[in-house]
Write a protein that binds this ligand. Structure first.
Ligand SMILES: NC(=O)c1ccc[n+]([C@@H]2O[C@H](COP(=O)([O-])OP(=O)(O)OC[C@H]3O[C@@H](n4cnc5c(N)ncnc54)[C@H](O)[C@@H]3O)[C@@H](O)[C@H]2O)c1
Length: 473
């Protein structure tokens, strides 16, 4: 009987819906639509403004900036890729539904500041249950605590219309800034599902979609729990490497060693590898911190306090690295930055994205505003309103007080004009190409540059006359 029913979900998928048109849902579905022209892909979101931007005739205005994304949206949109606010309709019509909504750290109640807030996930599950009139495969694309699939299954089975649901976990490993590249040639695609025959068939349906462009040996299938946990662990390992090299950077500054040299020397060891060993002002982004906190919370809830403490240290180190950077600016500028103009080059959490969530720039700015500095921001993809929103989100001070201390510029030379110091917060390539002599001439002297990304050519900067400081040397 069960197998009989399951024939429906095993049929060839021709209609997909994705709930959540954000940094993951938008790019991921765009690439699926490009590679699978036989599948209709509808990306839905409650946020009308976001959907309107995805539908903007000029693809330069889509809400997610990723190199190469606009061209693929232009190719597939209106053909088999659609962006819509009609969530119910898209759910009902789809055979397979990706849930790609946000799962931020909880800001209230039990687990506040640590656990993942699953309210958006639960709302999606209830909506899918309410609307569905045919069998569906529901795919967790969002990053979720291990065993969330069980909760989704309970909701679907207890509140649904008697239709059959299979739950798969298919976490996304793309990195912002290289999302298109990562989606076109992923290191691996991970799909977790039930070990039952029905679960295996659902897995196969999703494998068949990815197999349109990903070779089979890169499509890994596991049980649901391994898949859910692997995503949290991948982020924890990556963030741990950044915190490890950042911890070394402080030691380098005290000992005369150079963190770039140390990173190169250890990174050439094939057991260690060179990636994610770049010292910086600290990692940001929407995922690392929230996913590690989530891992810490899960560990604590199982009474595994040592495991929790081990991972929490990755976050503690990262907070320290941001604080250390702002303290260095203050102490170098003669212990007072009140009313001094500090130019920020970069606000996004990394280059090639307009995402600013958890960006180190926010925390450094917050510290410097506490010291009454005036901050002049230039970022090629981030505008004034976003900068103010990010600072207001911290709730350190009133909106107007943040506005009193922040200006933003469309021109980097204007941002640096008459500045006492420049802080490089994002590793945008264009910063390397600037006319640094011109910037130097227009700054107050002594002219300081604090390179939080070890991006610029130190010898050249010093030859021009800058007091140039990096991380870890
Ligand atoms: N950003 C990344 O680099 C990245 C990488 C891998 C995985 N992830 C994970 O993917 C998930 C999504 O992340 P994101 O960065 O795309 O988030 P995002 O905030 O950019 O997008 C989420 C979208 O979901 C929408 N949404 C929320 N509830 C909804 C509902 N009930 N119905 C319709 N739309 C709804 C929101 O309006 C928002 O536009 C998270 O779990 C995240 O951890 C993110």
């Amino acid at each position: 009987m069960v197998l009989e029913q399951f024939k429906i979900v095993q049929m060839k998928i021709t209609n997909i819906c994705c709930i959540g048109a954000g940094y993951v849902g938008g790019p991921t579905m765009t690439v699926i639509a490009q590679k699978c022209p036989h599948i209709k892909v509808t990306v839905v979101d409650l946020n009308e403004d976001r959907i309107a931007k995805w539908n903007d005739a000029n693809v330069d205005n889509i809400p997610v900036y990723e190199p190469g994304l606009g061209a693929i949206v232009a190719e597939a949109r209106g053909r088999n890729l659609f962006f819509s606010t009609q969530v119910d309709k898209a759910i009902d019509e789809a055979q397979l539904i990706f849930i790609s909504v946000n799962t931020p750290t909880k800001t209230y109640g039990s687990g506040k500041g640590m656990a993942a807030d699953l309210k958006y996930i639960e709302l999606c599950a209830r909506q899918i249950a309410r609307v569905s009139t045919t069998d569906k495969i529901v795919v967790e694309k969002s990053t979720l605590p291990v065993r969330t699939a069980q909760a989704i299954k309970n909701i679907l089975e207890n509140t649904g219309n008697g239709v059959q649901f299979q739950i798969l976990s298919n976490p996304e490993f793309l990195a912002e800034g290289t999302a298109v590249e990562d989606l076109l040639s992923p290191d691996r695609v991970l799909i977790g599902g039930d070990t039952t025959p029905e679960g295996q068939k659902a897995i196969q349906s999703l494998v068949d979609i990815y197999a349109n462009w990903v070779s089979k040996d890169r499509i890994l299938t596991t049980n649901v729990w391994s898949s859910e946990l692997s995503k949290l662990i991948a982020n924890a390992f990556l963030a741990q490497r950044v915190s490890s090299i950042n911890a070394v950077s402080e030691l380098c500054e005290k000992t005369g060693a150079n963190v770039n040299e140390v990173a190169k020397a250890i990174g050439m060891d094939s057991r260690i590898g060179s990636k994610f060993l770049k010292a910086s002002v600290g990692f940001g982004g929407s995922c690392f911190q929230k996913d590690i906190l989530n891992l810490v919370y899960i560990s604590k809830s199982f009474g595994l306090n040592e495991v929790a403490d081990y991972w929490e240290q990755v976050i503690i180190m990262n907070d320290h690295q941001k604080r250390r950077f702002s303290r260095k600016i203050v102490s170098t500028l003669y212990n007072t930055i009140a009313d001094k103009k500090i130019a920020f080059l970069g606000w996004a959490f990394k280059k090639d994205t307009n995402d600013t969530r958890e960006s180190a720039a926010i925390y450094v700015a917050d510290d410097l505003i506490n010291e009454q500095a005036n901050i002049a921001v230039y970022d090629p993809k981030v505008k004034y309103n976003q900068v103010i929103n990010d600072l207001n989100y911290l709730e350190t001070r009133l909106d107007q007080e943040n506005k009193n201390h922040i200006t933003s510029y469309n021109d980097p030379y204007e941002a640096c004009y008459n500045a006492h110091a420049i802080a490089v917060l994002t590793e945008w390539d264009e910063f390397k190409e600037y006319d640094w002599e011109k910037i130097y001439d227009a700054m107050l002297k002594p002219a300081f540059v604090f390179d939080g990304r070890n991006l610029l050519d130190g010898e050249k900067m010093k030859a021009i006359g800058f007091h140039y400081q990096t991380i870890g040397s």
